[in-house]
Design a protein around this ligand. Structure first.
Ligand SMILES: Nc1ncnc2c1ncn2[C@@H]1O[C@H](COP(=O)(O)OP(=O)(O)OP(=O)(O)O)[C@@H](O)[C@H]1O
Ligand SMILES: [Mg+2]
Length: 220
């Protein structure tokens, strides 16, 4: 359902993506690994339509993301795509609940329905007790789960996550991976996740490694 063909992206003279092609099937959980600076975040940004590639195409359900104008991209973000940034990007002055509802508020969506979805999601992600807290009053793992809830609030068909480097311990990594597997199984969402943990990566369906601007496919 999500396919990319021959993606190229350079910053100045630095070639970050050098012809990457990949596909993510419906309901699949794909893990992306690679050294720091290898281009994982750049790849996710291009796949989500947040960054324009120099060359190449990205399709989601037959629609070409790389050809979309900002208005269509905005529609995609409030319907089919959920994104969790490496820096999470939670608003520090808003509670967990308001952070999660923000995409619905911005897009003038149905807040009553969203609040119902929020209850279910918060339970699944084990953050029900944190909804009144500010991000600064949460642990790193709790903030990450709050950001996942925000990305899932509109029930996207694809969830993209850029895992923060280092900071989280193995217990939290294990917890997050279990929650994601549950979302995959129960909500049928396809997941594309950058991870630095080989163990976490192997819990998904497939692992790819980004190296020298290309994808090295690994069979599990
Ligand atoms: N906006 C930008 N302008 C210039 N260079 C950039 C920009 N974004 C990324 N880069 C460079 O592109 C390369 C790939 O960056 P990217 O963030 O995709 O790596 P990454 O694999 O996500 O690394 P990490 O694991 O540390 O998050 C890096 O060398 C980075 O410095
Ligand atoms: Mg990154």
């Amino acid at each position: 359902m999500l396919t990319a063909h021959g993606l190229y992206k350079s910053y100045g003279t630095q070639e970050v993506l050098r012809g990457i092609s990949l596909s993510l099937a419906d309901g699949e959980f794909l893990s992306v690994m690679g050294e720091s600076g290898s281009g994982k975040s750049t790849l996710l940004a291009v796949l989500a339509g947040n960054t324009v590639p120099d060359r190449g195409q990205v399709f989601l359900d037959g629609e070409e993301i790389t050809a979309m104008k900002e208005k269509e991209l905005a529609r995609l973000r409030r319907t089919k795509l959920g994104f969790v940034y490496q820096e999470l990007n939670l608003i520090s002055t808003l509670s967990g609940e308001d952070n999660i509802l923000l995409p619905i508020i911005f897009s003038h969506g149905d807040l009553t329905a969203a609040r119902r979805t929020l209850r279910t999601l918060a339970e699944k992600l084990e953050i029900s007790h944190l909804l009144d807290r500010l991000p600064a009053e949460m642990s790193g793992g709790e903030r990450q789960r709050t950001a996942i809830a925000r990305a899932m609030i509109h029930a996207p068909s694809v969830l993209m996550l850029d895992e923060p480097t280092g900071s989280l311990d193995s217990r939290n990594t294990e917890e997050v991976i279990s929650l994601l597997l549950r979302l995959q199984a129960e909500d049928g969402v396809s997941i594309l996740r950058v991870t630095h943990s080989r163990l976490a990566a192997e819990r998904g369906d497939r692992v790819i490694v980004v190296r020298d601007g290309l994808v090295q496919t690994e069979a599990l």
